[in-house]
Design a protein around this ligand. Structure first.
Ligand code: ZN
Ligand code: ZN
Length: 366
């Protein structure tokens, strides 16, 4: 079968015509026909060989971790999944260490050994191929009503996992035993897909949301922000301090830019009892001067929390699927407007080399 791959040896991208296609043998397994796969910065970084590991015995790695598929075959013990069902596969698979409580409890997103595998990233082929075999328990069922945007589930899970944790963290406030975020002042950094989907999830939870991003109005990102009832501020017009001055006590900041400088600067504007959530992976850029004493003093005197989060578990996937349904009801044009580019499998190199628009997807099955 066909698959879109990176060859780390000679740093090339190619469509491979003969990716091995196995038969469904596991009674608890399913065979998926991939429908759509989203492209993001992670794919771009793997394509430029900053990281990414092919499976054992391969000199290439099939890309793609943001999948949306149709079940075409289900083993006799695959539970409720039937051929014709729509699913989003989760990305990470557990390590084999029986002492890893995270993986033993089917939460490899918190794996402690670091020996997990990830589709399209580490040790397993990704979803940019015609068919994928997997265990039914890693497939999250998607209602047909969100078929046209289900490819956005995986990028939304980043926000959902973050906010599930933020809710638990804010249970520390004695008057908020359920950790509700409703009524919070939230700032989202970055108006890419991860930022805008996070802004939608925060609006759904009853937060007042300000999206702070580079692009100046008029811009489709600003239009989507306005459509969901959030405020858009361009970093070209306002410094973080100026932006924050118009808000009041900022309870939650969701960072989706991968800018280490901006993330730390935001600690200065985060409010009392606030949580700053980091989701970006800026990599090493060398030392930066920071007044650590002032930073820690400020954080301590304001009861602040710094939370970093990666990957997502089944709970975040299921919440993402449910929330996308709500988004489609509340803001149908805004959520559909996130998908700005569609390409065939043969054209996969274009959106990887050139990150134009908001979200680019590959139509694997056409
Ligand atoms: Zn991604
Ligand atoms: Zn583990």
């Amino acid at each position: 079968m066909k698959g879109a791959a990176v060859f780390p040896g000679d740093k090339t991208l190619r469509v491979v015509a003969d990716v091995p296609d196995r038969k469904l043998e596991s009674p608890t397994g399913v065979k998926l026909r991939m429908l759509q796969v989203g492209i993001c910065a992670t794919d771009r970084e793997i394509a430029s060989c900053m990281f990414g590991t092919p499976p054992d015995g391969f000199n290439y790695l099939v890309l793609g971790h943001e999948g949306f598929a149709e079940v075409v075959e289900a083993g006799p013990e695959a539970g409720e999944l039937q051929p014709g069902d729509l699913v989003v596969p989760t990305v990470r698979r557990p390590c084999e260490d029986p002492a890893c409580m995270a993986c033993v409890n089917d939460r490899p997103d918190f794996c402690v050994t670091g020996l997990y595998r990830e589709h399209g990233i580490m040790g397993m082929h990704g979803f940019l191929r015609e068919f994928v075999l997997g265990e039914a328990r890693y497939m999250r069922k998607v209602p047909a009503a969100i078929r046209d945007v289900a490819v956005l589930v995986e990028p939304l899970t980043i926000a959902e996992k973050a906010f599930l944790q933020a809710e638990r963290i804010q249970m520390r406030l004695p008057w908020n035993e359920r950790g509700v975020l409703q009524g919070s002042q939230a700032v989202v950094l970055g108006a890419g897909p991860v930022g805008l989907l996070g802004a939608m999830a925060l609006r759904l939870r009853g937060c007042a949301v300000t999206v702070y991003s580079r692009e100046r109005k008029p811009d489709p990102r600003a239009d989507i922000t306005r459509a969901i009832g959030a405020k858009y501020v361009s970093a070209q017009d306002r410094t973080p301090e100026e932006m924050a001055a118009g808000i009041g006590n900022i309870d939650l900041i969701y960072e989706a830019t991968g800018s280490s400088k901006l993330a730390f600067r935001m600690l200065n504007v985060l409010g009392r009892n606030g949580v700053l959530i980091l989701t970006g992976v800026p990599g090493a850029h060398g030392p930066e001067a920071v007044d650590l004493g002032a930073l820690i003093t400020n954080m301590t005197l304001k009861n602040q929390c710094l939370l970093a989060t990666v990957n997502a578990g089944n709970d975040a996937f299921d919440r993402a699927i449910a929330d996308l349904g709500e988004f489609c009801t509340l803001w149908p044009d805004a959520v559909r407007g996130l998908i700005t580019g569609r390409f065939t499998l043969e054209q996969f190199e274009t959106p990887i080399r050139n990150a134009a628009g908001i979200k680019n997807i590959i139509e694997v099955a056409s």
